[in-house]
Design a binder for this molecule. Structure first.
Ligand code: WTA
Length: 646
């Protein structure tokens, strides 16, 4: 039996959703999705309110997902304009820089004005509804401004994380055929500079990137950058004299809002496409209820806008709710390990949302850096990105929240748009390490390898049996890949790619990815991408990459590399290969371990048996299972003997 933390009755009394509300609303939401989601859609301002609510088929032959399909709205108007009357002078964004002496705030009125100015700028530069705009910025308010300006005019943004390399950036530009890029001279994290503009310059020398007409550059550090006329333009010059009014484009609920590239089991990252109406209903509702949002809350989610968490829970959900949002451009350990808590105290943060990898890294430094701060303002804590181990959960609960703040372990994915399995603070008793129960409208199921639905307490693969408004609609430019990836494995269901256990109370415990995706510090890395970066080296014949245990990152990257005949493995070559992956994808994809493999375990048909490699990387050579079907069982002995984690 695992430990249970019951809801604090004093908290429940004032909460938006209590235990009986949860049960009643959940039942309504799954019995009558149309009725439930129609009433939830009323939280937004519509130009034309929807009358058609749900139109979904998971049948691979006729796959379509549509919500609110006759509704018309504008996402930016919902995040800004509708707040002006009551919340015009309320702080929308508190910006906290990497340097602790740098912070500034924008009210809803100021943010609205700046978004309108940038929307007008984009229009002047020829960007129109449906055009794609790549955003490659640090965590500065201009990132939110650029996203909302796109939403205002109906351009589709594609934010690329600032830690990605020029090659990764180039492949996203090429896939989206972006017309314009918004970037900064340099980023600045942990006191180090990141050459964003130089990376953009380099990416634009790659093939298939000539769709880009303009590069808009925000001056962040003032560092020297190369300017190519007339392509490159300064943000501040373009914004001068622009009107602070710009009409919001009426958008159909199913018009695309953004694409965001994410790694899967195979091939290149895919452009996950989210649309307007359902996405905003879902992100704003989940944000409001999971964080029990109050008018005077100060909400801080530490995720970068380059990831889905930054889209749904730094920008769209909270701003649609009129919340005050902290945007942090720094790291947890700079200038020192108290930084998160110093920022909490400085801005009186009440709702704090971060990732298990950050919690584990801070936990390793002991309690002292936490205890020397107050944190009295904190009300609710959240976590996302990977399973949180109970030790880290307990430390977060006991030391950071002083047993006063419930912990919202939110399970969701880039594809899901918002939380699918999550506690609600006034309704759900907590169990450390469990994401607990489904959100409204979500029907999780656990299936075995054959697709048979499991009942009661069980373990297996996690699928979702019905649609919800925040679900992704397609893979940009490749609908077939969308169908094949998510709807073929278990017909009639959305396949999450995660494994899970359900306990005797119906609580879900996510056990991690069951496909070839590695979750490194909460960031998804496809093994196929790392392998293709490794084999790009002329001395490499073959590579196989699997996940391994890592104390801080949750999972690390373990690569097995076979060199061409006549080549010799050396430490120098190892470094070169790892540097190659950093360059090709970005530092987050750099292998933690690289083992030379004279041969890889393959079936007789030539398929690499990753199951065996995973066990070797997990230091579990006694659990290799049956190796007799291998083409050459002998290769395993060498790999086991030479394994790097013992
Ligand atoms: C994992 C991030 C356990 C999971 C929002 C999922 C989690 C993948 C949790 C999606 C959690 C995310 N507990 N595992 N609370 N949250 N995951 O697309 O494996 O970057 O499939 O979205 O992260 O990662 P993504």
């Amino acid at each position: 039996m695992s430990e249970i933390h019951p809801v604090d009755p004093a908290f429940a009394e004032k909460a938006r959703v209590r235990k009986d509300d949860y049960q009643r609303m959940y039942a309504e939401s799954v019995q009558d999705p149309d009725g439930f989601w129609k009433s939830m859609s009323e939280r937004l301002d519509w130009v034309t309110p929807p009358t058609k609510i749900k139109n979904v088929s998971y049948d691979p032959a006729d796959l379509h997902i549509r919500w609110y399909e006759d509704g018309v709205l504008n996402v930016a108007a919902n995040c800004l304009d509708r707040h002006l009357a009551k919340r015009g002078d309320k702080t929308a964004i508190i910006f906290e820089g990497d340097d602790p002496n740098e912070s500034r705030t924008l009210t809803y009125r100021q943010l609205h004005a700046e978004v309108c100015q940038f929307a007008n700028t984009l229009k002047n530069l020829g960007v129109a509804k449906g055009d794609r705009v790549v955003i490659y910025l640090p965590m500065i308010p201009e990132a939110a401004v650029a996203m909302l300006a796109c939403a205002r005019i109906g351009a589709i943004h594609s934010v690329v994380f600032g830690g990605f390399s020029p090659d990764s950036l180039a492949s996203r530009i090429a896939d989206s055929k972006a017309k314009l890029i918004v970037t900064a001279d340099e980023g600045c994290r942990g006191g180090k500079k990141i050459p964003l503009k130089a990376n953009v310059d380099e990416s634009l020398t790659r093939p298939n990137t000539n769709s880009v007409e303009t590069v808009v550059v925000v001056r962040r550090t003032g560092g020297a950058v190369h300017f190519q006329s007339p392509r490159d333009r300064w943000y501040h010059t373009l914004m001068e004299g622009q009107s602070t009014e710009c009409p919001a484009e009426p958008m159909n609920a199913e018009d695309p809002l953004f694409t965001l590239y994410t790694s899967g089991s195979t091939g290149q990252p895919k452009g996950v496409l989210h649309t307007s109406g359902g996405y905003l209903v879902y992100t704003s509702l989940t944000h409001e209820l999971t964080f029990d949002l109050r008018e005077d809350d100060i909400y801080w989610c530490t995720a970068d806008v380059g990831w889905i968490t930054g889209h749904s829970y730094v920008v769209y959900g909270p701003l649609a709710n009129g919340a005050t949002v902290v945007m942090f451009d720094g790291v947890p350990n700079y200038p020192d390990f108290s930084r998160f808590w110093q920022v909490v105290d400085k801005h009186k943060v009440t709702l704090f949302y971060t990732a298990p990898t950050a919690i584990r890294a801070l936990m390793r430094e002991g309690d002292e850096p936490v205890k020397k701060t107050s944190r009295k303002s904190l009300r609710i804590l959240g976590t996302v990105g990977e399973p949180i181990n109970p030790e880290a959960w307990n430390w977060y609960y006991r030391v950071v929240g002083e047993e006063r703040c419930p912990i919202m372990d939110t399970w969701w994915q880039t594809e899901t748009g918002g939380f699918l399995i999550t506690p609600l603070p006034g309704a759900t008793d907590l169990k450390p390490g469990s994401a607990t129960l489904p959100f409204f409208g979500i029907k999780p199921a656990i299936v075995d390898a054959e697709g048979k639905v499991q009942e009661g307490a069980c373990t297996g693969n996690l699928v979702i049996a019905d649609s919800w408004p925040g679900q992704m609609r397609t893979v940009y430019g490749d609908h077939q890949r969308f169908i094949d990836t998510y709807f073929k494995a278990y017909p009639g269901n959305y396949f999450t790619g995660d494994g899970a256990r359900r306990d005797e109370h119906g609580y879900y415990w996510i056990t991690g990815r069951v496909d070839d995706v590695i979750n490194v510090s909460g960031h998804r890395i496809g093994t196929a991408e790392v392998e293709s970066a490794l084999v790009a080296h002329p001395k490499v014949a073959e590579a196989a990459v699997v996940g391994c245990h890592h104390d801080i990152k949750g999972q690390g990257i373990y690569a097995f590399v076979t060199l061409n005949a006549g080549e010799e493995g050396s430490d120098e070559l190892k470094k070169e290969l790892i540097a190659g992956v950093r360059k090709e994808i970005g530092p987050i994809a750099a292998p933690d371990y690289l083992q030379w493999a004279p041969g890889l375990p393959k079936t007789r048909s030539g398929k690499i048996m990753r199951r065996i490699l995973r066990k070797i990387a997990e230091n579990a050579p006694d659990q290799l299972g049956d190796v007799s079907t291998l083409a050459d069982p002998g290769v395993v002995k060498n790999l086991v003997e030479e394994r790097l984690i013992k």
